[in-house]
Design a protein around this ligand. Structure first.
Ligand SMILES: Nc1ncnc2c1ncn2[C@@H]1O[C@H](COP(=O)(O)OP(=O)(O)O)[C@@H](O)[C@H]1O
Ligand SMILES: [Mg+2]
Length: 232
C-alpha cells in the first residue's frame, strides 16, 4: 500500500519527493537566511488553501500582516481564507513562557479545533533557541514532536542552519526528529560566479526519493525547482 501524498505545491520538489510529503508526516526545511524557507512554507500553505484545507501558520519571525502582504504580492487572494481556513499566529520569540505554552499546550488543541490538515512553524529554530540547556531542548522537542504525531495533519517546520555548518540545523536536532528533511543552500561554483540556489532531499522516511542536488529559483509568483537540470 502506498502512502497518501500531500503536495508541497512546488512542482519540481514534489517530483523529487516521489509525489509529495507523506500525509501526517513532519518535514523540516533547513537553510540559511534568504534561501527561501518562508517562501517554501507559504507555497505549502497556499497549496492547501486552494484544495479547501485548513492551515495553521505559526510565525516566530515575520508579523501576520507581512505574511499576508507577501502572499498577496504573489498574486494569491488569501484574504477570504483568513480566520476561516487560514490561521496565522505570530509568537514573540523572546518570551519563553508564552511561546512555550502556546506551541506546546495550545497548538495541539488548536489543530483539532480548526480541523487543520497542514501546520507550519517558521522558523522552529527561534523556538529551540529559547531552551536554557541542550538537554532540556532535546527532551522538550522530542516530546513536542511525538505529541504532534497523533494529529491528523502534515507539518512543515523551517530551521536556520548552524553558523558553521550549512548541512545542519542550528541545534542539530530537528533533522533527527523530522520524517523528511529538505536542505536549501547557496552554491557559488567559483569566487567570480553568481550565487545559485540548490536543494536536496536528504532524508525521507518510508519513501523512495531523489538524492540529487537540484537548482531552484524564487520568482515573483512561484518557486521553480529544476528537477531535470544539474547543478554541477
Ligand atoms: N517577489 C520576489 N521575487 C523574486 N524573489 C523574491 C521575491 N520575494 C523574495 N524573493 C527572494 O527570496 C528570498 C527570501 O526568501 P525567504 O523565503 O524570506 O527566505 P528565508 O525564510 O530562508 O530567510 C529573498 O532573499 C529574495 O531573494
Ligand atoms: Mg524566513
Amino acid at each position: 500500500m502506498s502512502a497518501e501524498r500531500v503536495n508541497v505545491g512546488i512542482a519540481g520538489l514534489d517530483d523529487m519527493l516521489g509525489g509529495g510529503l507523506i500525509q501526517r508526516s513532519i518535514c523540516a526545511i533547513i537553510g540559511t537566511y534568504g534561501t527561501g524557507k518562508t517562501t517554501f512554507s507559504l507555497e505549502f500553505v497556499w497549496d492547501g488553501l486552494k484544495k479547501g484545507e485548513h492551515v495553521i501558520y505559526i510565525s516566530l519571525e515575520e508579523r501576520e500582516d507581512r505574511i499576508m502582504t507577501y502572499m498577496k504580492m504573489k498574486g494569491w487572494d488569501v484574504t477570504p481564507f483568513l480566520n476561516k481556513a487560514l490561521f496565522v499566529i505570530k509568537l514573540d520569540p523572546t518570551d519563553f513562557n508564552l511561546a512555550n505554552n502556546r506551541i506546546k499546550n495550545e497548538l495541539p488543541n488548536l489543530i483539532s479545533e480548526v480541523k487543520a490538515s497542514r501546520v507550519v512553524i517558521d522558523p522552529i529554530s527561534l523556538f529551540e533557541d529559547l531552551f536554557p540547556t541542550d538537554s532540556e531542548r532535546r527532551q522538550e522537542m522530542f516530546r513536542f514532536i511525538e505529541g504532534l504525531r497523533d494529529k491528523p495533519c502534515t507539518i512543515m517546520m523551517t530551521s536556520e542552519t548552524d553558523k558553521d555548518n550549512v548541512f545542519s540545523s542550528r541545534h542539530a536536532l530537528i533533522e533527527y526528529l523530522a520524517d523528511t528533511v529538505i536542505l536549501l543552500r547557496y552554491i557559488r561554483p567559483s569566487d567570480l560566479t553568481d550565487v545559485h540556489l540548490a536543494l536536496e532531499v536528504v532524508k525521507m522516511r518510508m519513501s523512495a526519493h531523489s538524492r540529487e542536488i537540484k537548482p531552484y529559483e524564487i520568482q515573483q509568483d512561484q518557486v521553480m525547482v529544476y528537477s531535470e537540470a544539474n547543478v554541477f
